[in-house]
Design a protein around this ligand. Structure first.
Ligand SMILES: Cc1cc2nc3c(=O)[nH]c(=O)nc-3n(C[C@H](O)[C@H](O)[C@H](O)COP(=O)(O)O)c2cc1C
Length: 177
């Protein structure tokens, strides 16, 4: 199974969480791509991305939560790569392929609640992505880790192990919506 992990982090070298997750995924045999490094001028090669997507069995979008959404390059990737006639429309190139989303959230889980400062639960902020995946007939599943801004090293190490188990799990294949 070819798992392609597209990592969207504006500065992966300074990252603690996403770097650890990316390293773990690579160690487990996934193809890990640092998208900001690949496209420093934001000029996404659409044909190349289509080829990568078509070669993958599972597509993973890994990123920190930025302003209750994804870093801008991931939004640009979605806007430009998921083209009409390829990702949706008369044909659906990625139909049935899992669209997995792994997100680190700086704030704690207690903040992501109606009683907390972030007001809504974490998965609610992923609804546009879940709907985007559904539009392309891709099952969506997510992996969220809270408190990424202050997590201790051993906790991050535990998340990395959980991430690999999740990536290799077959459960997300059934969670179409
Ligand atoms: C521009 C920017 C926006 C951010 N917005 C949020 C946010 O909306 N919610 C949140 O919980 N954390 C937010 N954070 C914190 C990051 O999510 C957090 O630092 C990151 O997940 C830690 O992962 P890393 O070690 O891989 O960098 C933001 C950070 C930056 C730099």
């Amino acid at each position: 199974m070819r798992i392609v992990v597209n990592v969207f982090h504006a500065n992966l070298l300074d990252s603690r969480v996403n770097r650890a997750l990316a390293d773990a995924a690579r160690g487990a045999g996934a193809v890990v791509r640092d998208m900001y490094d690949l496209y420093p001028d934001d000029n996404i090669d659409i044909a190349a991305e289509h080829a990568v997507c078509e070669s993958a069995d599972v597509l993973v979008f890994q990123h920190p939560m930025y302003w209750y959404g994804a870093p801008y390059l991931m939004k640009k990737w979605i806007d430009t790569v998921l083209t009409h006639g390829w990702a949706y429309g008369p044909s659906y190139a990625l139909e049935g392929k899992p669209f997995l989303q792994a997100v680190s959230l700086g704030a704690g889980e207690h903040e992501y609640a109606p009683t907390g400062s972030r007001k809504y639960h974490g998965p609610e902020f992923l609804k546009p992505f879940e709907r985007t995946a559904a539009f392309c007939k891709m099952p969506h599943s997510s992996f969220l880790r809270y408190g990424a801004g202050y997590a201790a090293e051993d906790e991050i190490g535990m998340w990395a192990g959980e991430y690999v188990s999740w990536l290799l799990s077959k459960d997300h294949l059934a969670s179409n919506s």
